[in-house]
Design a protein around this ligand. Structure first.
Ligand SMILES: [Zn+2]
Length: 445
C-alpha cells in the first residue's frame, strides 16, 4: 500500500494555503524530502488553486522588447514587484516574438535569446515571490519566413494585397480567423502551458486587425453564408450583417478552443482574452461575461480630450456583465497620444488620476511596462506609492456592493446597427454627455 503524503506549499501565507495532495506514493518521509529537494517530485511550478482569478489585487506586466533577453536586470524587477506588493504578473512569452526556447517551427525567437530562457527565468522568480503568472502572446504579426512558408496565413486587404505591418516594415499582419491562429497559435499556446504551467494565456491583438479577404476567410464565410464577403461597412447590407454574426462566432470559437486546450494541460488555467468594452466593443459583452473568469481593461492612458473619468467608465461597463468577478485596469506610464512612445513617462499626477479613477470604480491596478530596460525612471516611485496605498487598503477593496440607484444602459446593438461607422458621434457622444452630467451632479450610478 502506498502512503498518502500531504505537502502544504505556502505561496503567500497571509492570504491562502495551497495544498498538493500526492497519493499512492511508496516512500518514507526521508525519501520524500530528499526527492522533493532534488526537484524530482514536485512540479517546477506548483499549480495555482482552481478559481485563483479573484486573488490578485495588484498586477505587474513586463512586455519585453526583442533585445531585452540578456540586456535587462531581472533582479531589479523582482525587487520592484516585491516592494509594490504586486501579487500577479503578465509576462511576454510568444507569438510574434518568442522569449523562451520554443521548439515550434516558424515560431520566431528573439535574436538576443541565444541559449537562455528569459521568460522562464522570470516566471520562476515571480513564482518564488508567490505571484500568479500568466503568459502574454501576441499573434497579430509575423516575420518574412512565415510569409514564405504559409502565405495564406497573412491578412489580405480589400484590393487583394497581403498586408504589411503599419509600424514595422519587417512584419506582416496575420489573419486572425484562419489556420495561423487556429492551428499555429494553438500549438504555441499548448507549448507555453505545458512547459511553464502558467495560470493563463493573455493574448494581445488576437482578434485581427480589421477586415480580412484571405482565401480562408472567403471560403469559410461562403460555407457559412453562401455569400461573398461584404465590401461595405453598411449594416443594412445583408452580407455585412451576416458577416458581423460569423466574425463574432469565429472569434468565440477560437476563444473556446484555446481555453479548452489550456485546461486540458492545466485545469486551473484559462484563456484570458484582451477583449471587451462598452457599446463600441465588437464582441458581445454578455457572452464575454459568461466565458471570462476575469477581465482586463486595456485602456492605457488618456488621449485627446478624454475626461479623467474614462478609466472608471471601463470598470462600470465590465461590471455590467462580469458581475462580481475580478476586473483589472491596464495602465501605461507613457504617453498614449498620436506620438505614442512606450519609453516616455507621463506626469505623476496624470498617472495618479487615471489609476485612482479605475480603482474607485472597482478596477484592480495593472501597470504595463514595455521595454524591461527602463530609461526614464520617474514613474517607478509614483506607481509604488499608488500600489502601497492599494495594499494598505486592500480589505476595503474586496466584496464591495454598489450603492447606486441609477443605471446607465449601453447597447452594443445600437452602436453596431444604428451607429455603424459613425457610432462615436451617433451613440457614444451622447452616452458620454449623460455620464459627465451624472459625475458633475455627484449622483452615484
Ligand atoms: Zn483571413
Amino acid at each position: 500500500m502506498g502512503k498518502k503524503v500531504t505537502v502544504v506549499v505556502s505561496l503567500r501565507p497571509a492570504e491562502f494555503i495551497h495544498e498538493i495532495v500526492l497519493s499512492g506514493l511508496k516512500m518514507n518521509r526521508r525519501d520524500f524530502i530528499q526527492s522533493a529537494l532534488a526537484g524530482a517530485l514536485l512540479p517546477a511550478a506548483p499549480l495555482s488553486p482552481p478559481e485563483w482569478y479573484d486573488r490578485p489585487m495588484r498586477w505587474a506586466q513586463l512586455a519585453f522588447v526583442e533585445d531585452d533577453p540578456g540586456n535587462y536586470d531581472q533582479a531589479f524587477w523582482l525587487d520592484y514587484f516585491t516592494r509594490v506588493h504586486a501579487d500577479a504578473a503578465c509576462l511576454s512569452a510568444g507569438g510574434c516574438v518568442a522569449f523562451y526556447p520554443t521548439k515550434i517551427p516558424l515560431h520566431y525567437r528573439s535574436r538576443w535569446l541565444r541559449n537562455s530562457d528569459t521568460f522562464g527565468d522570470l516566471v520562476r522568480g515571480c513564482r518564488e515571490l508567490g505571484m500568479n503568472v500568466i503568459a502574454r502572446t501576441d499573434p497579430h504579426a509575423v516575420h518574412q519566413d512565415v510569409y514564405a512558408a504559409h502565405p495564406d496565413w497573412i491578412a489580405v486587404d480589400a484590393t487583394g494585397k497581403k498586408r504589411k505591418h503599419w509600424a514595422d516594415p519587417d512584419l506582416w499582419v496575420t489573419c486572425a480567423l484562419g489556420p495561423y491562429n487556429f492551428d499555429f497559435m494553438t500549438k504555441v499556446t499548448e507549448e507555453i502551458v505545458t512547459l511553464y504551467k502558467v495560470d493563463g494565456i493573455f493574448s494581445n491583438r488576437w482578434a485581427g486587425s480589421g477586415m480580412c479577404y484571405c482565401e480562408h476567410c472567403r471560403q469559410n464565410f461562403k460555407d457559412f453564408a453562401q455569400m461573398d464577403l461584404p465590401r461595405t461597412n453598411d449594416p443594412q447590407n445583408a452580407a455585412r450583417r451576416t458577416y458581423m454574426v460569423w466574425h463574432q462566432q469565429r472569434l468565440f470559437e477560437l476563444w473556446r478552443l484555446w481555453d479548452a486546450k489550456i485546461k486540458a494541460i492545466n485545469p486551473n488555467a484559462a484563456y484570458l482574452a484582451n477583449a471587451g468594452g462598452g457599446a463600441l466593443s465588437e464582441l458581445d459583452m454578455s457572452i464575454i461575461g459568461q466565458l471570462a473568469p476575469t477581465l482586463f481593461a486595456d485602456r492605457q492612458a488618456r488621449h485627446g480630450v478624454n475626461p479623467p473619468w474614462t478609466n472608471g467608465k471601463n470598470a462600470k461597463e465590465y461590471r455590467a456583465t462580469m458581475g462580481h468577478k475580478s476586473i483589472a485596469g491596464i495602465f501605461s506610464v507613457g504617453l498614449e497620444e498620436d506620438y505614442r512612445w512606450k519609453d516616455s513617462v507621463q506626469s505623476a499626477d496624470e498617472i495618479r488620476l487615471w489609476v485612482a479613477d479605475g480603482i474607485a470604480q472597482g478596477l484592480r491596478p495593472w501597470f504595463t511596462k514595455f521595454n524591461a530596460k527602463p530609461i526614464d525612471r520617474r514613474w517607478l516611485p509614483v506607481v509604488a506609492e499608488l500600489y502601497q496605498w492599494h495594499f494598505d487598503n486592500s480589505r476595503y477593496l474586496r466584496n464591495e456592493e454598489p450603492l447606486a440607484n441609477i443605471a446607465m444602459v449601453y447597447s452594443q446593438q445600437t452602436a453596431a446597427f444604428y451607429g455603424a461607422e459613425k457610432a462615436h458621434t451617433k451613440v457614444e457622444d451622447h452616452a458620454l454627455g449623460f455620464y459627465h452630467a451624472l459625475v458633475e451632479a455627484r449622483i452615484p450610478f
